[in-house]
Write a protein that binds this ligand. Structure first.
Ligand code: G6P
Ligand code: ZN
Length: 572
């Protein structure tokens, strides 16, 4: 602990347009954040939005290790000090995964935290950066808070800063500085300790260890984990190597890199191809990959018996439903009980069926993890997930990639079955929701808006309901259409225009929405969900089963004509 005395400065600034936080904070190119005063403005506005809570508060700060995290941490320390913050809890080297930030906010009951990440977007000087504020419940700030931050950025004339403060964030230490006569403390903490301790309370580590190590009558269950050079590396190393005894050769890309080693750290079939190929060719029973900031996950496994040496991945929608059906195998839920399930609107409806069968409360919310938080805080929700590779529970208020992987391993250990048998048995009971998502990235914004507008006009026509849409002999009857809106059952807040939905008589759905997380242009997402309960379909390829609906969606939206794109950028 050192004690020096410094005073704050007020720096005149200029307003930057467009500092509006999206689905998950303010996300822009690094070059945008590097503009003079740009980052400072947004940090000042974020602190300002805390209102009465600001003076004397404690905040957590950390990021996913991408380029510019270090600079941003330094700026936040200097600005927080000048604005009357009492204490910052900062991850060593500036590293904290998004789930770890949420864990630490809740554990130490801080007033919130600042997460420095652009999640699964690429990193490096020519790529993306982001700043996200999480509230005292550990979850992403809801719309009323992010709107407040945005309003402040529109008129901000100055910010407060103490440029002389410089603290070595690579060293675990507690530093105390006297600022304008008040103590200001910066605790640089071990990035993984609190999170790992928490995981050990939630899961049955002894049985997972036994599964992974094997026993006299059972060979070791072989896993491959890929951290995609993102923030989960140190967490994965501690949990899977130190705690669970997995050989480090099975843990790849576990050193966080500022540019993610050139990878696009999004664990889907396109960007995590390495994992899928390794699983296809190697001796593995299970594989998992995580995104840049550690909140997303993908689980995959060779579907040997069924598709013949072909890697398949468990869709996030199925992953959620399987976990829901088996939650009672996890010690945490044995203690807390199962309060409710939820999914985002575009996520396939597989979990809905588990909820009905088990008599558990169920909620559908718009895309964005922030919508789950109120339900959890009100004690209505235990498990939730999104099609965008996010799964989590009320242990924190973020989705949690490593948690999801451990949850699967806990379930596998408990059931004593392979991943494919778990899924096949699940479908036998509940039927299968086939799901796919087509992404058209970086489209011209005006064209994308025009497309959404014309779909809306088309589906609003009175005779659209009841219409029979056909492709190659398969027919779907339109039952309901809307631009999805949601009223929060806890605080009554309303979210509108959350996606165009075309719902069919057989429960199938087509959904169009524009992504809220891109950093340039518009990303169009087209979601297709269709339910089958005939066991002969269960082992079929989703792209084949969904082909008619995909074509119907492309035709009615005239997506190719509007965007000039013949094929999606990514299919999941
Ligand atoms: C982030 C959010 C998720 C959301 C996802 C996709 O990961 O945390 O809650 O589902 O982005 O958002 P987008 O608007 O790009 O579809
Ligand atoms: Zn993420």
């Amino acid at each position: 602990m050192t004690a020096t005395s410094v005073t704050s400065l007020t720096v005149n600034t200029r307003v930057y347009e467009g500092q509006k936080p999206g689905t998950s904070g303010l996300r822009k190119a690094v070059k945008v954040f590097q503009q003079e005063h740009y980052t400072e403005n947004f940090v000042q506005a974020t602190l300002h939005a805390l209102g009465d809570q600001l003076t004397g508060c404690t905040l957590v700060v950390g990021g996913d290790g991408r380029f510019y995290v270090r600079e941003a941490v330094t700026k936040i320390i200097r600005i927080a000090a000048a604005n009357g913050v009492r204490k910052l809890i900062v991850g060593q080297n500036g590293i904290l995964s998004t789930p770890a930030v949420s864990t630490i906010i809740r554990k130490y009951k801080t007033q919130g935290g600042i997460v420095l990440t652009a999640s699964h977007n690429p990193g490096g000087p020519d790529a993306d950066f982001g700043i996200k504020f999480n509230c005292d419940n550990g979850g992403p700030a809801p719309d009323n808070v992010t709107n407040k931050i945005y309003e402040i950025t529109k008129t901000l004339q100055s910010y407060k800063i103490i440029p002389d403060i410089s603290i070595d964030i690579d060293k675990v230490q507690s530093v105390s500085i006297e600022v304008d006569g008040r103590p200001f403390i910066v605790d640089i903490i071990d990035s993984v300790k609190d999170y790992v301790e928490f995981m050990k309370e939630i899961f049955d580590f002894a049985s997972i260890r036994k599964l992974l190590q094997g026993s006299a009558d059972k060979p070791a269950f072989k896993i491959l984990i890929n951290s995609m050079n993102g923030v989960t590396g140190p967490y994965v190393k501690q949990i899977f190597s130190t705690e669970l005894g997995v050989d480090e050769t099975s843990l790849v890309n576990i050193k966080p890199l500022e540019d993610f080693g050139g990878l696009h750290p999004d664990p889907n079939l396109t960007y995590a191809k390495d994992l899928v190929n390794a699983i296809k060719e190697g001796p593995y029973d299970f594989g998992a990959a995580f995104d840049g900031d550690g909140d997303r996950n993908m689980a995959s496994k060779i579907h040997q018996k069924i598709l013949g040496k072909k890697a398949f991945f468990v869709t996030p929608s199925d992953s959620l439903a399987v976990l829901a059906a088996n939650l009672k195998l996890i010690p945490y839920f044995q203690k807390t009980g199962v309060k409710g399930y939820a999914r985002s609107m575009p996520t396939a409806a597989a979990i809905d069926r588990v909820a009905v069968k088990n008599g558990v409360k169920f909620f559908e919310v718009p895309t964005g993890w922030k919508y789950f938080g109120n339900l959890m805080d009100a004690g209505n929700l235990s498990l939730c997930g999104e099609e965008s590779f996010g799964t989590g529970s009320d242990h924190i208020r973020e989705k949690d990639g490593v948690w999801a992987c451990l949850a699967w391993l806990n379930v596998i250990a408990g059931l004593g079955k392979s991943v494919e048998n778990i899924l096949l048995d699940h479908w036998k009971v509940y039927g299968r929701n086939f799901f796919t998502r087509y992404d058209y990235e970086n489209c011209d914004s005006a064209c994308a808006d025009k497309m959404m507008q014309s779909i809306e006009t088309l589906v609003e026509k009175p005779d659209f309901i009841g219409k029979q849409l056909q492709y190659e002999g398969k027919e779907y009857i339109v039952k309901q259409v809307d631009n999805y809106s949601y009223t929060d059952s806890v605080d009554g807040s309303k979210a509108t225009k959350q996606g165009l939905r075309i719902l069919f008589a057989d429960g199938s759905r087509i959904v169009f929405r524009l992504s809220g997380t891109g950093s340039s242009g518009a990303t169009i997402r087209m979601y297709i969900d269709s339910y089958e309960n005939d066991p002969v379909t269960f082992e079929k390829d989703a792209q084949l089963v969904l082909k008619p609906l995909i074509n119907i969606a492309l035709e009615l939206s005239e997506l190719c004509q509007h965007t000039g794109r013949n094929a999606p950028t990514v299919i999941t």
